[in-house]
Design a protein around this ligand. Structure first.
Ligand SMILES: *Cc1c(COP(=O)(O)O)cnc(C)c1O
Length: 226
């Protein structure tokens, strides 16, 4: 697996307005350093402890994105440095991020995870929950988070038309939320969708941010799948 070659191919292929989050979860520091030397600065992780350990070692100009399900009791460990939290899946989590960010005097960019997959196990909110959140007084009083877009994970299936439909729905939901709840200068502009096996479809459907792991760093070995 040649990380540099893989990275170069993917970057060449992506439209310049699509940001690449290199998903380095489970991968060693040396792999991240290799991508870093190639110029990659944005990395995604989905485990708090692993992210904290890597952040301490790697250069400070790395932009760390937290892409997985985040437990409220672990928010405080990443809020001091994280560049973006992709998977806000409840109003309680957003409130917690806001409180912890206030303590360290930061404003943390966040994405709302919208549930698009036809799978039981996936996290996320439906449109009702998101609209409830965005119209709530609690949300309006949160000064230390900034909602900058939406995120979704499509069903893990070979049915490309199903995946396309799910991405389209996420993009349409983003457009609707933007029109309804955000002004043009609000910074609400990101649609985080697309992984190794489906990012081309995601880009065609209006992704602005792809999260790619195995196509850059190789397959992950897990004892148990996560
Ligand atoms: C692991 C992960 C990715 C990257 O998956 P690949 O198939 O390796 O590209 C993207 N998004 C989320 C939320 C992930 O957990």
């Amino acid at each position: 697996m040649d990380i540099c070659v893989n990275l170069e191919h993917i970057i060449k292929e992506l439209p310049r307005w699509v940001k690449l989050v290199a998903v380095s979860k489970t991968k060693p520091i040396e792999d991240i350093e290799e991508a870093y030397r190639q110029g990659q600065r944005v990395f995604g992780e989905n485990k708090v402890q692993e992210l904290v350990e890597k952040e301490a070692i790697l250069p400070k100009d790395v932009e760390w994105h937290f892409i997985g399900h985040l437990q409220t009791n672990k928010v405080k460990f990443i809020v001091p440095f994280v560049s973006m939290i992709h998977a806000i899946d409840s109003p309680e989590l957003l409130a917690k991020v806001n409180r912890e960010a206030e303590k360290v005097e930061r404003t943390v960019p966040c994405l709302l995870q919208f549930y698009i997959a036809q799978e039981e196990s996936k996290y996320g909110m439906d449109l009702n929950e998101i609209e409830g959140l965005l119209s709530s007084n609690g949300y309006k009083a949160m000064n230390n988070i900034k909602i900058v877009g939406v995120m979704g994970v499509a069903t893990n299936t070979d049915d490309r038309e199903q995946v396309r439909g799910e991405f389209r729905r996420l993009r349409e939901t983003f457009d609707y939320l933007k029109r309804t709840y955000f002004s043009d200068d609000s910074g609400f502009k990101e649609v985080s969708m697309g992984m190794s096996h489906d990012y081309r479809i995601a880009v065609e459907e209006g992704s602005t941010m792809v999260r790619i792991g195995s196509s850059i760093f190789g397959e992950r070995d897990y004892g148990t799948k996560s």
